[in-house]
Design a protein around this ligand. Structure first.
Ligand SMILES: C[S@@+](CC[C@H](N)C(=O)[O-])C[C@H]1O[C@@H](n2cnc3c(N)ncnc32)[C@H](O)[C@@H]1O
Length: 331
């Protein structure tokens, strides 16, 4: 890692208004005009904020609330119209937000994990914690294009094409990894063969993001033909036992992306200690500031105005990545 100005990864809880403002300006901006607009409106709308604050804190997330609102039929409308419908449909929105979770399964993230998977000794046994429907367990079944005009890396003809722009010395893979076993753990595994679950996965894709919807559907088609083994339960409770079921002769890789932000800070530390003690490689792709790696620092992001994830291998941060996998900036 270069010797540049370092920032220790850290995290701070946000109040509801700040959370919506942050989501609008740091996450949705540049990706979904509709969500940027809605979240910005909510951030300064005391009436809507008061309703959202009646939910348990973990149910107040913008992704969950806005997807729940769309599940009631609210279309892509300007904030004033959205607001009126939100108020009239609040009971339904609330009910959906209480049973559903933010389980966005973003296969684009496979593009930022692939270079690390490929550097490890093959074949691999993949165990994903916080797997949602398990779509990220199939990196060998998707197609990749790192940087415009580069050749497409592909093993099969089906599956989504994942685009990723890179900077720095990314160890770009020459072929997809060899995966002989895959399993996932989730509090609420989604089933790619169940229509209600796939409808919810679609609603979790932000409006205006047709390319994300297309790759989700392409991935669901691939995975539906051979659904993964998903264990229901808490990652802290299920990890050790599930890891023990991986086959000998394969290199066990435990990985996760966009998961640890749903855990209290103490539980993240507990997870880090647990996974570090297992006979496995550990790949982490989490929001900047979510996971602290003791003794490790990261350089400032290239563009501090957009949110980034940090990709780490065995507790060593290696790169920033786009939260949906569209970029990989190697340190
Ligand atoms: C935002 S989704 C990310 C899914 C997938 N990793 C991806 O990158 O596409 C987070 C997932 O973590 C799961 N999750 C959150 N806390 C968990 C816990 N304590 N144990 C197991 N799964 C958890 C949620 O149910 C959800 O499916």
């Amino acid at each position: 890692m270069p010797n540049c100005v370092a920032r220790v990864l850290n995290s701070t809880p946000m109040d509801t208004a700040t959370r919506y403002e942050y989501f609008s300006t740091q996450e949705a901006r540049g990706h979904s005009n509709c969500y940027e607009d809605w979240a910005k409106g909510i951030a300064s709308d005391n009436e809507l904020l008061a309703l959202i604050r009646t939910l348990p804190e973990e149910r107040q997330q913008p992704n969950l609330i806005l997807a729940s609102a769309r599940a009631t039929g609210i279309g892509l409308e300007p904030y004033t119209k959205f607001r009126a419908e939100f108020l009239s449909k609040w009971d339904k929105i609330r009910a959906i937000a209480m049973v559903r979770r933010t389980q966005t399964n973003e296969v684009g993230r496979c593009a930022t994990l692939l270079p690390i998977f490929c550097e490890l000794q093959q074949p691999l046994a993949l165990l994903e914690v916080g797997a949602s429907a398990g779509l990220c367990l199939y990196p060998d079944q998707y197609n990749y294009q790192y940087n415009e005009d580069a050749p497409i890396l592909s093993k099969t003809t089906g599956g989504p094409l994942l685009h990723c722009t890179t900077t720095g010395n990314v160890p770009l893979p020459a072929q997809v990894p060899e995966i002989v076993w895959r399993a996932g753990i989730d509090l609420n595994p989604l089933d790619v063969t169940n229509r209600e679950d796939t409808d919810w996965l679609e609603l979790l894709v932000w409006p205006d993001q047709h390319h994300r919807l297309e790759r989700l559907n392409a991935a669901v088609n691939v995975v539906r033909a051979n659904p993964p083994h998903l264990v229901r339960g808490d990652l802290l409770e299920q990890l050790e036992a599930t890891a023990a079921t991986s086959p000998s002769g394969a290199n066990l890789v435990i990985f996760h992306s966009a998961v640890l932000n749903y855990l209290p800070v103490d539980a993240r530390t507990e997870f880090r200690e647990l996974v570090s003690g297992l006979p496995a490689h550990w790949i982490s792709n989490e929001g900047e500031g979510v996971l602290v790696f003791p003794g490790q620092k990261v350089p400032p992001p290239r563009d501090p105005t957009t949110g980034s994830f940090v990709v780490a291998r065995d507790g060593i941060p290696l790169a920033y990545s786009g939260p949906h996998g569209d970029r990989l900036d190697w340190f």
